[in-house]
Design a protein around this ligand. Structure first.
Ligand code: HEC
Length: 216
């Protein structure tokens, strides 16, 4: 009779599994990460960047772009110019995080360092093919207003490459587009991670290597 699977055993077994999963996936990571401090070079988002981040989320950029350059052992991200491998502390201001799992397009964790031009970003969002021939990124034209006639004072005009410019039509960036570009330009995690990042884990280290040398 003792080998029989009883209701009591099923409930007990389920409880053991749930407890184990909670400890391994919730409690241990919390203990490891709670003392994490922002690296010196990382600034909190400005209000405008935070608004731009919402536009990034709303338009599903995360479904094609990751924000997590990987270690050299896991892939040639460094050689692709995407920057040093990211560490947990790089994300202290990210609620929710936008790590992403798909890389239909390049990783954007350091796009602000790679491409600091607002003009380029605005034009590329309006018409990716105007900047990267054959690009499969969708054009986000609904973030812009096309107007026959001139822009009004204070409006942000998009200057497209000559082949894509429409004569007599002025392309004006919406506030959402301007905010989004501000967010993209701020994506610069090229600061050095000091050893203190390692120390900030308080002996329970998740960083296995010192990446200080790779950081530029
Ligand atoms: C369907 C997939 C897809 C979506 C959705 C998408 N992109 Fe892209 N993106 C790409 C591809 C592919 C490229 C590479 C070709 C190019 O430069 O246009 C790219 C390139 C870029 C680049 C230039 C990267 C570099 O290293 O030069 C930026 C910036 C960018 N995307 C921002 C965005 C933003 C912001 C959004 C959301 C509004 C977005 N993307 C949505 C596929 C996508």
């Amino acid at each position: 009779m003792s080998g029989l699977i009883t209701e009591k055993k099923i409930v007990l077994g389920a409880l053991v599994i749930i407890t184990f999963a909670t400890v391994a996936l919730v409690i241990l990571p919390f203990v490891q990460l709670k003392k994490l401090e922002a690296p010196e070079g990382l600034k909190p988002y400005t209000d405008q960047q935070a608004l731009g981040r919402k536009v990034y989320i709303a338009n599903g950029c995360v479904y094609c772009h990751s924000q997590q350059p990987r270690d050299a052992n896991l892939g040639p991200d460094g050689k692709r110019g995407w920057g040093r491998p990211s560490v947990a502390a790089d994300y202290v201001y990210d609620q929710v995080h936008l790590l992403g799992t798909m890389r239909t397009g390049p990783d954007l964790f350091n796009i602000g360092a790679r491409q600091p031009s607002a003009d380029w970003h605005l034009g590329h969002l309006y018409q990716p093919r105007g900047y990267t021939p054959g690009s499969i990124m969708p054009a986000f034209k609904f973030l812009f207003v096309e107007r026959k006639g001139k822009a009004m004072p204070g409006e942000v005009v998009v200057n497209l490459p000559p082949a894509y410019a429409k004569p007599g039509v002025t392309i004006i960036a919406s506030q959402d587009a301007v905010n989004l570009v501000e967010y993209l330009k701020g994506m610069d995690h090229t600061y050095k991670i000091k050893k203190t990042v390692k120390e900030s884990f308080d002996k329970v280290s998740l960083v296995t290597e010192d990446h200080t040398k790779e950081a530029k």
